[in-house]
Every structure is written in C-alpha cells, then in structure tokens.
Design a protein. Structure first.
Length: 558
C-alpha cells in the first residue's frame, strides 16, 4: 500500500539522521551526495533519479486532496483525525513534502499528527536525500529533468530542498543553446511556484535573447514573492539596473527571508558601511523605513553604481581565529591561523578571551570574561584602542549601525558608537551563556538551564524552548534559514527557531563554540579535548587542529 525506499541498515540510518543540513553555495557536495544515494539504494543515473522525484509527485487533484486531509488532522472529532491519519499514510512518500509544509502551521494538533505521520512514512530523512538527488540531476542534465522537477516542486519538503530544485532547473534552462521547452511552457502555469521557478531558471541560465520576454514576465507577475525572486535574478544576473527601484520597493512586501535577499543585494552595491544604517525587521514599520532609506540612497547614488560589484562577493580565506582560554596554564591569547595552520597574528596576555570579532582595519573586538571588559585592539601593534567595563561578558558583536551588542551573565546591553548605553535587558538569574542579535533586531540567548529564549525587536520574550543540557561556557550561531546552532553538553545541534525542533546533531566532547561554514561543514571548538575540529554533514571529523598546550575556547573561520 505504501511506496517506500528499500530498508536500510541501522548504522546508515543513524548516520543519515545527522546529515540534514542546508546546502551552501560554494560547497562541492559530490562525494557526500554519491555516498548518500548509494546507501539509499538509488543509482546515480538519470532514470533512477527521475523516478525518485516521480515517486514523490502527485497529480494536482491529489495534491489538493492531501491538503484537505491534512487539515482534518486538526478536526474536533477524534474519529475524523484518526481516519485522516490512515488516509495520509496511504499516499506514502508522496505525502512527505506536504506533511513537512503543514508542520509549520499554528494548529498544534495538526503539527503533532504531521510529525507522527512522517515518523511512520519517512524511512530515511527525506530532505538531505532529495537535495542530493536534485544536485545530481543538475549534473546529468537528462531529458525530462525540467518536467520532473517542476511537477515535484509544490511538494518540496522545505525551502532548502526547493532551492536545490530551483538550482537544478537553472542547470537545464538551455538545451542545445535554446530555452528549455518545459520551462517556457511553465511560464504560464497557474501555480505561482512553478511559474516563478521557471522564470527564475531562465533568467539565471537561459539564452540572452529571452531577456525582454522575462522582463515582461516580471512586469506582469502579481505574486510579490515571485517578483522579488525574479528581481534579484534580473539585477544580479542580467544586470538590469532599471529594476533596482522595483527590488527596493518589494523589500517591504515579502517575508523577511526574501526581503533579506534584496537587502543583501543593496548592501553589496553600496559597499561595506556605506549604505543606510537601517535593516529590515519583523514589523511593517521597520520594513517601510528600510525601503524608504534605500530608495533615497539609490536616488542619490544611482549614477555612480556599477552592478559589476555584485560579482565581488567575498570568498572564504581559510583563516581560523582561535580564542585560547590559557596557554600552559598562564594567560590566554587570540591567534589566527592560515590554511597551513601557521600563525598569521596573535594577541597575547588576555584574561579568559570568551568572544571576539575581527573588524575592518586590522581591529579586534574582544570580550574578556574574567577581566570583566570588552575592548577594541589593533592586531598589528597590539595597542588597546578603547576598553569598556562589563561584568562577565560572554558574547560581543559589532552591529551594522556601528553599535556594539554585548551579552553578559546578567544582562544584554548595547552601546552606540560613542559607547553610550542604548539599553540594558536584565537577567537577574545570571544564567546567560551565549547570545546573538539578529539582523531584524531580534535577540536570541541561551541559558545554562538549557533554554533558548527569543526576544523581539522591543526585547519582549516571544518564544522559549529547550535545547538540552549545555555547558556553562557555550556557543550558538543563528543561521539564515531560521535555524540556530547550539553547543550541548557533549554534542552540537541545530534547532528550528519557530518550532523548537531539533534538525541535526553531532557528537562532540564538551563543545564550547560552533560555526556553520559556507561549505556546509561545521567548525567546533572543544575546550576539554583541547582541539578544534571541522565536521562534515554526517558528523565526521574532516579537519583537526590541536593547539600546543592551550585550551581552545572559541573558533571562527573567515
């Protein structure tokens, strides 16, 4: 009755469950993708990969039917809910994507039953495997790829899978130097998601002569989400300067993650610290303010802006900055290593360096926990530029507007460019272990009781959930896909900020910092193990550095 993949070994399932991480630009995932497909019993051949997506695709009437059944999972009648569960399971793996999409709804019972249904249907983690299959199809470029992916797209598990499908569609946008007929046909598809993905793929990789038609498509499109995706593609890829005002205007009309894409384009055009000192937030007022500020900036700077700057996105240099608690039991230091693990620079004689950020101009923003200070230093001369007293700081962050955000055991505090206090959010329990301020003005922080707390831009608590047992010296990193990485007692884990659900975990002995790298791997410092390691998506160590006689507290790569 259910269509599922072949049964896998227990060892494979255990490893696979840790592999659910979002794809990242610049990461060559070929080896891990091939291994994933092999262990799932899927051949790296076009027919097998196409079949994989076809098995997860239903007709439009069935897609609508599944949607109605899912809504019945929250019905007042217990019998109705139970019957809906049985009906959903009959669709098997074809229902996985829609169940995941519905898992983001506000109705707790719907969310709970979607999770139960997924547990029964999903014999292997679907997201990582589907992303791998999409990437391999992009390599094979076989006939029928566009048709299969367009049909599947409305059933995609989540945004990360959808993005991989869009990338694969762009890879097959041209066939024999002509636009892919399936994509051209999809430009008039009644479903927005298919129509938009087809247009975006053709903008990114289609023949140049198609550009006027695609610009006209953008002008006709009514859906704001689709319009901003096309605007980003047309401005960054096709260098359509006259569409920048449209891109700016759309900032305030779309979900925050899409708005940030437009904001990122504008920041890259303006250059570092040269654009408006505003950012998109969760409330409409902040989005309108950001839109208006960028519109004014564009009006004043349009003539001097070269869209070629959009090709200058910074690349990872391979430099790893390590904060060492102490060196042979004496004082601590901050050191940066090159790709060859040789020291590039160091700042010595610091007391418990718990957090740092490298700034422009060879300056280091540093928090010293036991010295109760934050400071800014010149790494070339060692000169201390300024110092500010803060009781037991645990995190420090320079914000786009020039302010400095500091998390301490007992408070969250922000200083302006002149180091005057802007606000202080007290935490009388003295239990903050890690924190970060997000681009939208929200703040997330972790407590030594294992709670992840989320504050809105007004510093009002809007959510709190458990992230398990943590160390007194812990770390976190907010990710762009609305998830957060945290260090636990003997592991690192990734959680969904909305649902609080764990999405990925890897075992590490007493980790104290964590960072997701652009290549999809995860950098972790382990103070007790006295080493810094890089983990791949399966949690396997692919790089290790052991300082000589020092305990690494934090590690960050740029």
């Amino acid at each position: 009755m259910r269509r599922i993949l072949p049964i896998l070994t227990i060892a494979f399932l255990a490893g696979f469950a840790r592999a659910e991480v979002p794809a990242t630009d610049g990461y060559d995932s070929t080896k891990s993708d091939l291994k994933m497909l092999e262990q799932a019993g899927i051949a790296d051949e076009a027919p097998a990969l196409l079949k994989f997506f076809q098995q997860r695709t239903v007709s439009e009437p069935d897609r609508v039917k599944i949607g109605h059944i899912i809504q019945k999972l929250g019905d007042d009648s217990f019998d109705t809910r139970e019957a809906a569960m049985d009906q959903i399971e009959q669709f098997g793996i074809a229902a996985i994507g829609l169940l995941r999409q519905a898992g983001r709804e506000e109705d707790y019972e719907v969310v709970r039953r979607c999770e139960l249904a997924l547990a029964r249907i999903e014999k292997v983690p679907s997201q990582a495997l589907t992303s791998a299959a999409a990437r391999r199809l992009a390599v094979h470029k076989a006939d029928g790829t566009a048709e299969a992916l367009l049909a599947y797209l409305p059933m995609a598990d989540d945004d990360s899978v959808s993005e991989e499908v869009r990338n694969a569609l762009a890879a097959v946008a041209t066939v024999d130097k002509k636009p892919n007929k399936a994509l051209l046909q999809a430009l008039s598809d009644p479903l927005v998601i298919r129509r938009g993905a087809a247009a975006e793929a053709l903008v990114r990789s289609g023949p140049a002569e198609l550009l006027p038609q695609l610009i006209a498509q953008f002008r006709r499109e009514k859906d704001a989400d689709t319009r901003i995706r096309l605007a980003v593609a047309l401005v960054t890829g096709a260098k359509q300067k006259d569409l920048v005002p449209d891109l700016i205007d759309l900032m305030s009309q779309v979900p925050l993650d899409l708005g940030w894409q437009a904001e990122d384009v504008m920041c890259r055009l303006a250059g570092e610290d040269k654009g408006p000192k505003v950012t998109l937030g969760n409330d409409q007022a902040s989005r309108t303010k950001a839109r208006d500020a960028w519109a004014e900036w564009w009006k004043a700077n349009e003539k001097g802006v070269d869209l070629a700057k959009l090709e200058e996105r910074a690349k990872m240099l391979g430099y790893t900055m390590i904060l060492e608690m102490d060196v042979r039991g004496i004082t601590g230091r901050v050191v940066e290593l090159g790709p060859d693990n040789k020291e590039r620079w160091k700042v010595e004689n610091v007391q418990f360096p718990i957090a740092a950020q490298l700034l422009n101009g060879n300056r280091l923003l540093l928090a010293e926990h036991n010295r109760h200070t934050i400071s800014e230093r010149d790494i070339t001369t060692g000169k201390i530029i300024w110092t500010q007293q803060v009781l037991m700081p645990v995190a420090v962050q320079r914000l786009p507007n020039g302010h400095t955000f500091v998390a301490a055991r007992n408070q969250l505090v922000e200083f302006d460019a002149e180091r005057k206090q802007v606000y202080s959010y007290p935490r009388p329990q003295h239990d903050i272990v890690a924190a970060q301020k997000l681009r939208n003005g929200e703040i997330i922080y972790a407590t030594n009781g294992g709670q992840l707390v989320r504050l809105n831009a007004k510093r009002e608590e809007v959510k709190s959930f458990s992230v398990g047992r943590v160390n007194y010296y812990s770390g976190l990193q907010a990710l762009s896909n609305n998830r957060v990485l945290v260090t636990q007692l003997n592991s690192v884990a990734e959680f969904d900020l909305e649902s609080g659900q764990s999405r990925w975990t890897a075992n590490v002995n007493t980790p104290t910092s964590v960072q997701r790298l652009p290549n999809g791997n995860t950098l972790v410092a382990s103070m007790n193990s006295m080493k810094v390691i890089e983990l791949d998506s399966a949690g396997k160590e692919v790089w290790t550095y052991t300082p000589n006689g020092a305990r690494p507290w934090r590690a960050m790569r740029r």
